[in-house]
Write a protein that binds this ligand. Structure first.
Ligand code: AMP
Ligand code: MG
Length: 545
């Protein structure tokens, strides 16, 4: 029975087969040169217990997970039991952290179990996060706590269902062991339950994997890793060579731009956009102190470690991605005889981001297509209005889909313009009522601005000629009703810490259909309650995990 359970996991370990390994077999912290990875075994844990799993990911891999198989699943995805064909390793990478080159980082608490080919023929790397120290653990312990593992597990799957490119999560396992963490770096270390997430992605290679080789002037190895990546994950570009390198870099730029457009659409703030946290496939990777925008505030970041400079604030993400791509371009430069293709790739990022952002905003507003310069004005003014009163972005856009647009001129109705504006403004405020965090901020001036905007919007919608029903459908397919609100994740953590896992399962289920109205799940679409405004873990997180 049990051997059948894993029978469909067919391993095909390309990364370890084709790229050079660190010759040192012992597991101690060190600088690893002239290698892409180190072989390392997960640490055995005391009492692995399966807490949650992704049904969709299990199906994709051909795994049957239920109560009867849970113990065996927990053994394997805690790293306690290795299956035939697994070849565990930690990758060597470097990175720029908060703008500074940090040298070698690497998989300090991630251990790749191996690569499988799914029944549908897709390649997936299975990776345990929190399975013990590796040669790259530096001064840390290689472990992860339940709080952060739960956040990673839920958010990976929520992002997937939202249509955002992301690494996936197969399982969440508690280890039965305690891990010491100083959550706020304030000298108050606590024992917390340990946990391990099995992450899944076609590749976990990051910008930093290339950067470390370039920084060490290991150009031959850099070329090998690029060639490997192109053959393995970008096969449609053709055989590696300088011309292909240029097309590949352009594609990485485009994929990154697409990912960022999605983040801006759903209100996701990564929190730590260091170059070691940038996937070469343009996937959202490394869910740490991430957060979801509540009120629309482009300066917001959930990461208390970044509170001073706010380098990774919501509105800055498109620029940071560009900066990170420029660092990748620098790293790749030794493979190019001329840097122009790299510059072209970066220019392509800006173009892809801009056109992607425009299309995204147009569809969020229910327009068929973006028309310059009017739609830019419309979108910019909306973003300003959203900041006049603390307004929940997610709720606002769902409500916007229900607005009955008024396109007629006030004179037709025999109204004075000011009266007319006031009337539209007041009814607008009613429509958006649920999205306001501080209703006292609503001033007469706000009502007039909102009224004016709704009138311009109404005129624009009428020229587009879409029916109210079409518009509502279109908008509701890009403006989610349910996101993993910061305080919901924290409530699930509070429950899980006291041994109750029901909220994790409920959230996982609701977040499977984020664009659909789910009448029995209204509570999960409500705006953040006031108690969560300043509560640690809700809107403020540290890197400690
Ligand atoms: P992050 O900020 O989570 O992207 O991590 C930056 C680097 O620190 C990566 O190389 C991680 O593998 C490493 N790291 C983070 N937490 C731990 C930990 N508990 N043990 C070992 N390495 C860690
Ligand atoms: Mg990381």
């Amino acid at each position: 029975m049990e051997s059948d359970l894993f029978a469909r996991l067919t391993f095909d370990n390309c990364f370890t087969r084709e790229l050079p390994a660190d010759p040192e077999a012992a597991n101690f912290r060190r600088q690893v040169r002239a290698a892409c990875y180190s072989r390392v075994q997960p640490t055995v844990v005391r009492e692995p217990r399966l807490v949650a799993w992704s049904r969709e990911m299990a199906e994709e891999l051909g795994l049957t997970i239920d109560d009867s198989t849970a113990p065996a699943i927990a053994e394997v995805f805690s790293g306690n039991r290795l299956l035939t064909g697994m070849d565990p390793f930690a990758m060597c990478y470097g990175g720029h952290q908060f703008g500074n080159w940090a040298g070698q980082l690497g998989d300090g608490r991630a251990i790749n179990l191996g690569e499988v080919v799914s029944p549908a023929g897709r390649h997936w790397t299975l990776q345990l996060k929190g399975a013990g120290p590796t040669p790259y653990s530096r001064t840390a312990d290689g472990l992860a706590v339940l709080r952060s593992s739960l956040r990673e597990f839920l958010c990976s799957e929520a992002m997937f269902h939202l249509g955002v490119p992301t690494t996936r999560a197969l399982t969440l396992v508690t280890t039965g062991e305690q891990v010491v963490r100083d959550m706020f770096y304030d000298g108050n270390p606590q024992r917390e339950p340990g946990a391990i997430v099995c992450r899944v992605a076609p590749s976990f290679v990051r910008f930093g994997n290339f950067q470390i080789l370039s920084a060490r002037r290991e150009t031959d190895l850099l070329k090998r890793l690029v060639d490997f990546t192109i053959r393995r994950d970008f096969g449609h570009l053709g055989e590696p060579g300088e011309h292909t390198y240029a097309r590949w870099f352009a594609e990485v730029c485009r994929l990154t731009a697409e990912m960022i457009v999605h983040w801006m659409r759903v209100g996701f703030v990564h929190g730590v956009m260091n170059t070691d946290n940038m996937s070469i496939l343009g996937l959202t990777i490394d869910y740490g102190p991430y957060g979801w925008l509540e009120d629309y505030d482009p300066t917001w970041t959930p990461n208390t470690t970044d509170a001073e400079g706010r380098r990774y604030r919501f509105g800055q993400q498109p620029h940071v991605a560009m900066w990170n791509l420029a660092q990748l371009a620098n790293a790749l430069a030794p493979l190019f005889s001329d840097t122009k293709p790299l510059q072209d790739g970066l220019d392509g990022y800006a173009e892809s981001f801009n056109s992607g952002w425009q299309q995204m905003m147009a569809s969020r507003m229910g327009l068929r297509s973006w028309q310059d310069p009017d739609d830019k004005e419309l979108a910019d003014e909306l973003m300003l209005i959203l900041q006049m009163v603390e307004t929940d972005m997610t709720i606002f856009f769902r409500r916007l889909a229900t607005v009955n647009v008024e396109s007629s001129d006030h004179r037709v109705r025999g109204e004075a313009e000011s009266e007319y504006l006031q009337r539209v403004g007041i009814s607008g405020v009613e429509t958006f009522r649920d999205s306001y965090y501080v209703p006292e901020q609503i001033t007469p001036e706000y009502k007039i601005r909102l009224g004016q905007w709704l009138l311009s919007y109404g005129r624009r919608i009428s020229t587009d000629g879409t029916s109210a029903e079409q518009r509502r459908k279109q908008m509701n397919s890009v403006n989610p009703r349910y996101v993993l609100r910061n305080y919901l994740a924290q409530l699930a953590i509070d429950q899980a810490t006291s041994g109750k896992m029901s909220l994790i399962h409920r959230l996982l289920d609701v977040l499977r259909r984020p664009y659909e109205e789910q009448p029995d799940a209204d509570e999960f679409s409500a705006k953040r309650p006031e108690w969560a405004r300043t509560r640690a873990g809700c809107s403020m997180l540290s890197c400690s995990s």
